[in-house]
Design a protein around this ligand. Structure first.
Ligand code: ZN
Length: 321
């Protein structure tokens, strides 16, 4: 049976009809009606209806950035959309003939990598999605970790630096402040201010008025010393966090996704190095592998669809997990 995955992003809503091998049968994409919850609901209902036409559909999974309850039904808080305690599952199910489950977008992407991407041979996997912020997903013993309240796996808010930089979540020193795309721009800006190896970064900043991710990315690919140094600092923060996560979760594999992961080994090498430096009982413990995410653009819809299928299976046999 097919399932439908919907990924609500800040600028677009993507949807796909997905088979049980994770292959996309049909896909759709619409601009997101910004912050209006009612219009977002309308777009999702229309998209699901069109994708489901003439098909046997087992369920609908919806991925969105935010804190979602453990039952996959209420969005407690979404940073990009005006959702506060939004009962999105009930609202969609009232308008659609399918069961719906709501999932955090980083969790959906992580689940897709676990099932069909870089993590398909692992049983225990941690994914870090390095975009503007840092998203996280944890798969432990083949199960997506949601936590008792549904907000487990928010790895971007792991505290890396006690008393460190303030974070949008209200805490200080979160990994997101040292390991995200926004952090990369901050570090690159500091190097530009310092001169020396930062001079090409300063020149790029002067040319356009502000340093963008695209410019820093271009300089990294050109091997510019300053830009690569900024990326190495980012990798060091992420690797240190990976070592702490390893102490708790002992995964076989860390998958690194998001836009910054386009840098490939230039990012993975410093992550791996810092992970090994901070790994407890180094030399007496198998070392986890590090890999770049494989599904990139489709991970959200494919993961959300597969999680809808997992939920459908649970409903049919509620005693098992
Ligand atoms: Zn935080």
């Amino acid at each position: 049976m097919h399932a439908i995955g919907i990924d609500i992003g800040g600028t677009k809503i993507a949807g796909a009809l997905v088979d049980d091998d994770g292959t996309i049968i049909r896909a759709d994409r619409q601009p997101s009606p910004a912050t209006d919850p009612g219009q977002i609901e309308d777009v999702v209902v229309a998209m699901v209806t069109a994708l489901a036409e003439g098909e046997d559909v087992t369920g609908v999974g919806v991925a969105a950035a935010g804190f979602i309850d453990a039952a996959g039904s209420t969005v407690y808080y979404a940073p990009n959309i005006n959702w506060r305690n939004e009962p999105f599952k009930d609202k969609l199910e009232a308008r659609l003939p399918f069961p719906v489950v709501i999932e955090n977008d980083a969790n959906a992407a992580g689940w897709a990598e676990f099932r069909f991407g870089a993590g398909r041979d692992a049983t225990d996997m941690v994914m870090l999605t390095i975009g503007t912020g840092v998203g996280g997903a944890v798969v432990a013993d083949g199960t997506l970790l949601r936590g008792g309240f549904g907000s487990g796996g928010e790895l971007g808010h792991l505290r890396l630096v006690p008393g460190g930089l303030p974070c949008g979540c209200g805490a200080h020193g979160c990994l997101e402040q040292y390991g995200s795309g926004r952090a990369l721009l901050r570090i690159a800006g500091e190097l530009a201010d310092a001169g020396g190896i930062g001079l090409p970064l300063a020149a790029a900043r002067d040319a356009s008025g502000t340093l963008t991710g695209a410019e820093v990315g271009r300089l990294i690919m050109e091997g510019d010393q300053g830009a690569v140094s900024a990326l190495r600092q980012l990798g060091a923060a992420l690797g240190q966090a990976a070592a702490s996560l390893g102490a708790v979760l002992d995964p076989q594999l860390f998958v690194i996704g998001g836009g910054v992961a386009d840098a490939g080994d230039l990012l993975l090498d410093p992550i791996r190095q810092a992970y090994l430096e901070h790994l407890p009982a180094r030399g007496y413990h198998p070392e986890a592998r590090f890999a770049i995410a494989e599904l990139v653009n489709d991970a959200g819809v494919v993961g959300a669809a597969d999680l809808a299928r997992v939920h459908a299976a649970k409903r049919l046999s509620p005693a098992s997990h």
